[in-house]
Ligand binder design. Sequence first.
Ligand SMILES: Nc1ncnc2c1ncn2[C@@H]1O[C@H](COP(=O)(O)OP(=O)(O)OP(=O)(O)O)[C@@H](O)[C@H]1O
Length: 559
Amino acid sequence: MEVGRVVTVYGQSLLRFAVHEDKLGYLARPGAYVKVEASGGWSYAMVVSFNLLDELYRKSRIVEELEGYPEIRPSRNELVAMLVGYYDGKGFVRGVPELPRPGQKVYLADGEELARFVGSGDIAIGRLSQNPEVRYTLSLDMLCSRHFAVLAMTGAGKSNAVAVILGEILEKFPYSRVVVVDTHNEYVPLAEKFDRVRVLSPAGRIARLVEARYGVKPSPLEVPIWTLGLEEIAGLLRLDPTRATKQVMYLRGALQEVRRARYKYAGADDPIYFRAEELLGYLEGLQKSSRQRYDRSLDDLVLKLEMLLENSELRYVTRPRNSDRLYEGLGGEEPRRSVEAYMRVYGALLEPGVTLIALGGLASDAQVSTAATILKSLWRIITASVLAGKPQPTLLVVEEAHNYAPQGRWSPAREILEKIAKEGRKFGIGLGVVSQRPRELSQTLLAQCGTLIALRTANPRDQEYILGSMEDVMREMVEGLSGLVTGEALISGSAAPLPGIVRIDSFPERYGVNLGGKDIDWRAAWSTPQPKADLAEYVLGEPEEEEEERKTSTIDKFL
Ligand SMILES: Nc1ncnc2c1ncn2[C@@H]1O[C@H](COP(=O)(O)OP(=O)(O)OP(=O)(O)O)[C@@H](O)[C@H]1O
């Protein structure tokens, strides 16, 4: 169907075209596709913005410009479309071999041809907003190997979009391997629907919260202190190792010592076994030695470490019973013994399926250090397996990624996330980052994400950051992000067959399971009496003996 005429071609791939008044309805929102004849085929463009001129213009001299197109009424409706690709009769290719010329006729692309272009990928994520009969799909290879970012303001549908991607992966790829850092336990309900979803949480209060809310019993997560590097332990102690403070130096020395007690060539970061008390013991010894007496930095460090050891919530780090038993059971010489235990503890996370590291309810320092340790360990294991000729392609998804890889601020997880983003492709490590604050997220990380799934984003600074750090995204597209409805996304980049405005499927409708993290229904909650809950067991940790009894399933299940 003919809808208008090209008026201007500008920028690298934008065309402005005037639209017949009666055809405007077909193109009324961004995301519609139009086409222009090109030699031997068609060039396709996606509508990205509008300029509908009113009566005042009708009366002005601009009308004269229109005289060349008698079929168009003087109330001029101009649309801007971005050229996205070319169809030569055989296949669709990105890019435009030949620019359209002003005066050329513009046609509406129909659903059938669009379905051919956007429907043959692996991951069916939703439908074109403008052509709801057309399924929109993404390429799994490109999604994982070039990484992706899901960005939007809160409540716009990020978790839903990620859950739909995970659901598709689980349904279609029986040996898929995905590890999700689930900051708010939002994805736990996936375990109700799919057998191959495992939920891991620190035992005790955090695991009980997951179980109480979702009825899913998590397996105990352990991140033994000896597998943490200097930065992760510093993160737990709230020290910033980028500043060479005395405390960081003491900590580094202590880590080296306790590791070298078992393996004399160990560095401060090597995964060589020690117990948390040994670290404290070494520092207390230093405190007592005559030279370091009355050193406030050291006293303060010892106090921080004592508090860390007393924190019952962090027993999964400081007293990891199952992994300690594993280590003890192994026997043999160091460093092999430690490395073997290390590979088993973290290798267990690489079982096929989706592994959710549910960290909701933990303090954010603990979340970040835990995620950093897990990501570094997975990096070590996966890169080693590639070098040994046995790749284990794995997708890592990080929710609230700005907490882990913030822009302009140190975090123990930032360096590893940037490393994965930059080098993961070679080793078969894909990264998906999810954030509601693009402007607070490491720009290095964002710049490495080849595919953008951007839902409603109203903040102009967030839009600027998205624009500045993503290839393949134009200002006109990003400015339109504030007008998207919940669940609607601009999808662009390497995994996208064409840039598109897509209505993402609703996960609850598709799978019959609600996700976590839903808004509280204030009206309902304040309109009826609420049942009283016994919250005592979710407020405090518990004495160690009780925890011992409570333990049913163990990490052994994963080893
Ligand atoms: N594609 C969709 N279709 C229908 N409803 C949706 C869609 N996506 C999200 N919603 C609804 O919008 C609400 C918010 O979605 P979601 O939790 O995914 O947003 P979010 O961006 O992850 O929010 P937050 O930043 O708070 O985690 C939910 O109630 C969800 O059911």
